[in-house]
Design a protein around this ligand. Structure first.
Ligand SMILES: Cc1ncc(COP(=O)(O)O)c(C=O)c1O
Ligand SMILES: N[C@@H](CCCC[NH3+])C(=O)O
Length: 409
């Protein structure tokens, strides 16, 4: 089975230049219409299935985006007490939130359960603790590691045998022993294979593994297949064919439910799929440096604002929105941080002049949330354009914000 044909690239309808002019540089800008469209595509692909979308909000926790998700009927997947709290501030009831920890202190699980969230238990020691603490009084899901390697790069594959995440599917006997010992109420099985998964095969493979495992748990209500759908990062990129994937998984899921003897809910936890394409990091060119080896374009940003190119070697498409019709030249686009923070190598762009505004695409997921204050640099503001209105949804940081936690001033 092949992946989808390339999708039209960057179909946003927001005026990026005007936003930068109004709110200053650097700036994260999000297009609400794109988020609504992507959620609609996912729902459409699983039409007829009892589907719940649990947005993996580590991708972007801006409260305005969480509120938008809530408005369109998308629930939440969180990985920390901080994300849980943000979800509740955005108006979610804790019962709409899944806590998917990764080796966290058990007290964090206690506070999530006490708040009313449901937990994906990710280790046998946590399962033991859960049983001792709650017996059969609180439901939980179990995060299974299916031992399947898939994802855009090694760092974002989370279900292969060597990955730290979840309980190996080879340990089901041990899991069932602990479940029996404490009469734990297992209502769901969960898995998350990785991020940036283009082909349908890994999704189908892990679904089959999870369905097989599920037959050993008689009281399930939920199968949670995680996130990881690939979006288009570069023009012509092949992406997950959501329509085809929906059809194939739905068929298998229905067959499984018939064999299981009950209709279950199907959950997904997409992050990137919902928000990546909605976001732009807008920056200004500080210096254009012609070097015998390279032409460098420096911008007023760096790995402190968008670390994906440096951390994963990820491609982010760049537009020169000040000079779109300029003659094409080849550049290394680099940041202002005192590290080698290269956004793009040998990138062809319409001629870049000092002061030009560049837009990094696909900055809606794992952009701001992975940002830092390295080099005592401040984080950008964030703007959401939705229903025809642009709204500042996070102000630019100030030096006072940076100094707030220091004791020696
Ligand atoms: C448990 C879990 N669910 C969902 C996601 C979302 O992944 P993606 O943004 O690729 O959809 C992640 C991130 O890797 C994750 O760890
Ligand atoms: N942060 C990753 C995706 C999520 C990884 C977490 N398991 C990225 O930007 O691609």
């Amino acid at each position: 089975m092949s992946s989808a044909e390339p999708t039209p690239f960057s179909t946003h309808q927001i005026d990026l230049a005007a936003l930068l002019e109004t709110y200053g540089s650097p700036l994260y800008a999000y297009d609400g219409a794109t988020i609504r469209r992507k959620a609609g595509e996912l729902k459409q692909a699983f039409d007829g299935i009892d589907l719940k979308i649990k947005y993996a909000c580590k991708a972007n926790t801006n409260l305005a985006i969480l509120r938008l998700m809530r408005e369109i009927g998308v629930e939440l997947d969180v990985v920390s007490p901080g994300e849980l709290e943000m979800g509740m501030i955005a108006g979610y009831n804790a019962s709409q939130i899944t806590f998917t920890p990764s080796g966290v202190p058990f007290e964090e699980v206690r506070s999530a359960v006490d708040a009313g969230a449901i937990v994906n238990v990710d280790s046998i020691p946590l399962l033991e603790w859960f049983g001792q603490t709650y017996g059969n009084t609180k439901p939980c899901l179990i995060r299974i590691k299916p031992n399947v390697a898939a994802g855009g790069n090694a760092k974002i594959m989370t279900a292969h045998a060597d990955s730290k995440f979840g309980i190996s599917v080879l340990m089901l006997d041990e899991v069932l022993e602990v479940v029996k010992k404490y009469d734990i109420k297992i209502v769901g099985l969960h898995q998350h294979t990785g991020s940036d998964i283009k082909d349908a095969e890994p999704f189908l493979k892990v679904a089959d593994i999870l369905f097989e495992a599920a037959k050993r748990f008689p009281d399930l209500e939920i199968i949670d297949l995680g996130g990881g759908f690939k979006v288009s990062y570069l023009p012509g990129d092949h992406v997950t064919d959501m329509e085809l994937l929906g059809k194939n998984i739905s068929e298998r899921f229905n067959t499984f439910c018939n064999e299981y003897g009950r209709k279950l809910q199907l959950w997904f936890e997409p992050g990137k799929f919902l928000v990546s394409e909605s976001g732009f990091l807008l920056v200004k060119t500080t210096v254009v440096k012609e070097d015998p080896a390279r032409n460098f374009v420096h911008v007023d940003s760096g790995l402190n604002h968008l670390i994906r190119p440096m951390m994963y070697g990820s491609y982010h498409h760049i537009l020169n929105i000040s000079n779109p019709g300029g003659p094409l030249k080849t550049y290394n686009v680099v940041g202002y941080i005192c590290e080698t923070d290269t956004f793009a190598t040998d990138r062809e762009l319409p001629e870049v002049r000092q002061g030009d505004v560049l837009a990094f695409l696909n900055a809606g997921a794992y952009g701001f949330t992975m940002s830092s204050n390295y080099n005592a640099r401040l984080r950008p503001a964030e703007v959401l354009v939705d229903n025809g209105n642009a709204r500042l949804v996070r102000r630019r940081e100030t030096l006072e914000d940076l100094l707030k936690t220091q004791m020696d001033i």
